[in-house]
Design a protein around this ligand. Structure first.
Ligand code: GDP
Length: 295
């Protein structure tokens, strides 16, 4: 069971084991190690507190102290609680059998939203489904061009209206085009901003209302820690999210923000982005992430 935890935590638990029988006292020492590790991984404080309460209740139960290998049991409890709150696993795009499935992508500028539109297109193409990409990010001057390039690279059609300044109309017309083309999926690349603002949220809420997407995914940058949590909270309040994609987990970030984002939104983490290429998208696996967070 130790295999699934990272080295730092393993050795900390091993030193506990070296002290002989596990007692309530050194069990608490073990729990402190876990708490420190979560805070260092950028998990927000209220989430850590909540998590530690669950783990402590289970770990300090008599059964654990009486078990033959209590330290392994403690590791198991931490791992299973973390896996449970990071789950459930749901990487399905929930495609409808009839009519285009509308997927709306939202997120702050630079989070990796447009790149993730490309990654999802590649994933769909692997399933023999060619989506229609809709360039509805009218804020960032280069965004339409960026999506067109992605479309060319992946051989996926892109709907754009460079002279239309109304993103609600562009999305609506894009969905109409998808129906004409018989596309099974239409992906809306909506605008981001550098920071959360009311205008952005009002625009997204209008698109949501007018177009009624089947799936609304929030893209968050895994490198931004607490900011990712704050933006997830704001998007979740303005829109009914169906899933989260956390990008840039190919870097050093331990991914603690994932735990907090999951906590504030309550929606499944669908995928993680692990690079700039279109194939760098992985279905989210809570077990692997739990180990990474608990380094
Ligand atoms: P948008 O403004 O949210 O549409 O962001 P972009 O899709 O333009 O991405 C911003 C930058 O992040 C680009 O340089 C992307 O190549 C990069 N990026 C996106 N996803 C990932 C990822 O998972 N890992 C890494 N390393 N870079 C990424």
């Amino acid at each position: 069971m130790f295999d699934s935890l990272s080295e730092g935590l393993q050795s900390a638990f091993k030193s506990l084991r070296g002290k002989g029988k596990l007692t309530e006292g050194n069990m608490r020492e073990g729990l402190d190690i876990v708490q420190r590790s979560l805070l260092e991984a950028d998990v927000s404080y209220p989430v850590v507190q909540d998590f530690m309460q669950h783990v402590s209740e289970r770990a300090l139960g008599k059964k654990v102290l009486l078990s033959l290998r209590p330290e392994e049991e403690l590791v198991g409890i931490v791992q299973s609680e973390l896996t449970a709150i990071l789950g459930p696993v749901d990487s399905s795009l929930h495609l409808k059998t009839e009519g285009p499935t509308i997927i709306m992508m939202c997120g702050l500028q630079g989070s990796g939203k447009t790149t993730t539109c490309g990654k999802l297109s590649q994933l769909l193409k692997e399933q023999k489904v060619t989506p229609l990409l809709v360039a509805a990010d009218l804020q960032r001057p280069a965004a339409i061009e960026q999506l067109k390039v992605i479309g060319q690279q992946l051989d996926v059609p892109v709907y754009a209206e460079p002279d239309n300044k109304n993103p609600v109309e562009v999305c609506n017309n894009g969905v109409a085009r998808a129906k004409e083309l018989g596309s099974r999926v239409v992906i809306l690349d909506t605008a981001g901003r550098l920071a959360i603002d009311e205008e952005l949220m009002a625009e997204l809420a209008k698109i949501d209302k007018k177009v009624s997407p089947d799936q609304v995914y929030l893209v968050v940058d895994g490198m931004t820690g607490q900011d990712a949590v704050n933006s997830a909270d704001a998007f979740n309040k303005a829109l009914e999210l169906d899933g989260v994609v956390m990008t840039k987990l190919d870097g050093d970030a331990r991914g603690g923000a994932l735990l907090s984002v999951k906590h504030v939104t309550g929606v499944p983490i669908k995928f993680i982005g692990t690079g700039e290429h279109f194939d760098a998208l992985e279905p989210f696996r809570p077990e692997g992430m739990a180990s990474r967070i608990l380094q």
